[in-house]
Write a protein that binds this ligand. Structure first.
Ligand SMILES: Cc1cc2nc3c(=O)[nH]c(=O)nc-3n(C[C@H](O)[C@H](O)[C@H](O)COP(=O)(O)O)c2cc1C
Length: 437
């Protein structure tokens, strides 16, 4: 519990791990052989017993999601791996696809057998050119070896897999927008219900899971759901990949047992704050989660409940560290530019409101802030959150609100500098992405 532990990254730094022969020599494709001898429903029971929650951000229990898929409807069941990974601060799925793609493919195969799905797709963000090439080659190798296609491992089970590149839209990570995009339409979220498990791709039952979620499945099959549930803490079982970036000495991808202490993670895994500076705050779960101040980080652990109790969330664990040299106005302007650019435009509050908010943050940063601007942004946030089809609007306002609430003094000072005629040199944010640790 709360220690550094490896399930997913065990072989990730082996330079040939992307090839089938090397991956197999280190144990890949053992779990699928075992899975194919198990009753598919028993696998779903193991997933439930593991209590694993989806790693794409929402934390929905995976076994429960799988159990919603209706059987014997006469329609095909589709499995989609969500590799869109476009949330600022998040780059963990890239590491798996680039360096250990057979782990993901095997996880998908085991899941496909459990769901009785004969077709799956990896939807990968368009900008991930290298992970795309690596994963595509791994799929080809699996076909060449007979691990994909007809009669896999002599079991009679047929499974086909494709990899599909997105075209650079963050919203296509939202599962129903992803499905629209795969169907060849504009990537815009659908109203739910119906949820994809019941009516997804081409109206057929569809399971959409994150890369990391599915990469855990082989371990769960080999070791059992109960063993997985023993890792981590209550309500947050297993390990978590963390994409750590910002003002730390060792940015990169880490795997820790759920419940790992947040400040210890910065000090011991990430090598502490850069240049001997002090911690200002952390955005722990990716850009769509609330910022925590240094004080609020005390006693907090990297798991769902602890971060929720602290007023933020684990999200997809895009862990962004800011030291006390950070210009918070520039930092939030950077994020608001991202969100206003990425809104799909379907819902007016998100499309228009997000754009207005960026304009207001920009004028504050550029020295044209007005008294009442913070209240205006807060008002706009309340008109966006809860008023859109998908969670983009709801989550976009979380960093805005929390930055203003927690760093109000800095925002106020910046606005009042204008009134006093003080000129300031701008200091935009700059992030560095490291290796896999
Ligand atoms: C705007 C937006 C972007 C999202 N981007 C991703 C993404 O890149 N990858 C991902 O796995 N989930 C993403 N999600 C969450 C998915 O909609 C979905 O919950 C997830 O893929 C389910 O997989 P999981 O249960 O394994 O977490 C996003 C959600 C929203 C609202």
């Amino acid at each position: 519990m709360g220690e550094q532990r490896q399930i997913l990254l065990t072989n990730i730094n082996e330079p040939d791990q992307n090839t089938l022969s090397a991956a197999e020599s280190r144990g890949a494709y053992k779990a699928i052989r075992k899975a194919l001898e198990m009753d598919p429903l028993k696998i779903i029971d193991e997933m439930k017993a593991s209590s694993i929650r989806g790693r794409g951000g929402a934390g929905f229990p995976t076994g429960l999601k799988w159990s919603f898929v209706p059987r014997d409807t006469g329609k095909p069941v589709y499995l989609i791996t969500n590799a869109d990974e476009s949330e600022p601060g998040t780059f963990k799925d890239r590491a798996l696809l680039e360096r250990d793609p057979h782990l993901v493919i095997e996880g998908m195969l085991c899941s496909a057998w459990a769901l009785q799905s004969n077709w799956s797709c990896i939807y990968i963000r368009g900008e991930y050119a290298y992970p795309y090439e690596r994963t595509k080659r791994a799929i080809e190798e699996a076909y060449e070896k007979g691990y994909l296609g007809e009669n896999i491992f002599g079991s009679g089970f047929t499974h086909h897999m494709v990899i599909h590149r997105g075209a650079g839209a963050y919203i296509c990570g939202e599962e129903t927008a992803l499905i629209e995009s795969l169907e060849g339409k504009k990537g815009q979220p659908r109203l739910k219900p119906p949820f994809p498990a019941v009516a997804g791709l081409y109206g057929c039952p569809t399971v959409v899971n994150n890369v990391e979620t599915l990469a855990n499945v082989p371990w769960i099959i080999e070791n059992g759901g109960a063993a997985y549930a023993e890792l981590g803490v209550e309500n947050s079982t297993g390990t978590k990949l963390v994409s750590a970036s910002g003002h730390i000495n060792k940015p990169g991808v880490y795997e820790v047992g759920m419940g790992y202490p947040l400040l210890q993670f910065i000090e011991e895994e990430c090598g502490g704050i850069k240049d001997g500076n002090n911690l200002l705050g952390v955005i722990p779960g990716g850009s769509s989660t609330c910022v925590l101040t240094a004080d609020e980080c005390k006693g907090v652990n990297l798991d769902y409940d602890s971060l929720k109790n602290a007023g933020s969330s684990l999200g997809c664990a895009g862990f962004m560290v800011m030291d006390d040299t950070t210009d918070v106005v520039e930092a939030i302007l950077n994020l608001s530019h991202f969100y206003s650019h990425e809104s799909c435009g379907q819902c007016t509050p998100c499309r228009e409101g997000g754009h207005w908010i960026e304009k207001i943050f920009r004028r504050i940063a550029e020295g044209d802030g007005r008294p009442g601007d913070l209240e205006l942004i807060e008002n706009l946030c309340s008109q966006i959150g809860g008023h859109t089809i998908c969670a983009f609007g709801d989550t976009m306002v979380l960093p805005y609100r929390s930055f203003i609430q927690k760093f109000r003094t800095q925002f106020r000072e910046r606005i009042s500098e204008v009134l006093k005629g003080i000129e300031r040199k701008r200091n935009p944010m700059d992030f560095e992405v490291g290796g896999v640790h």
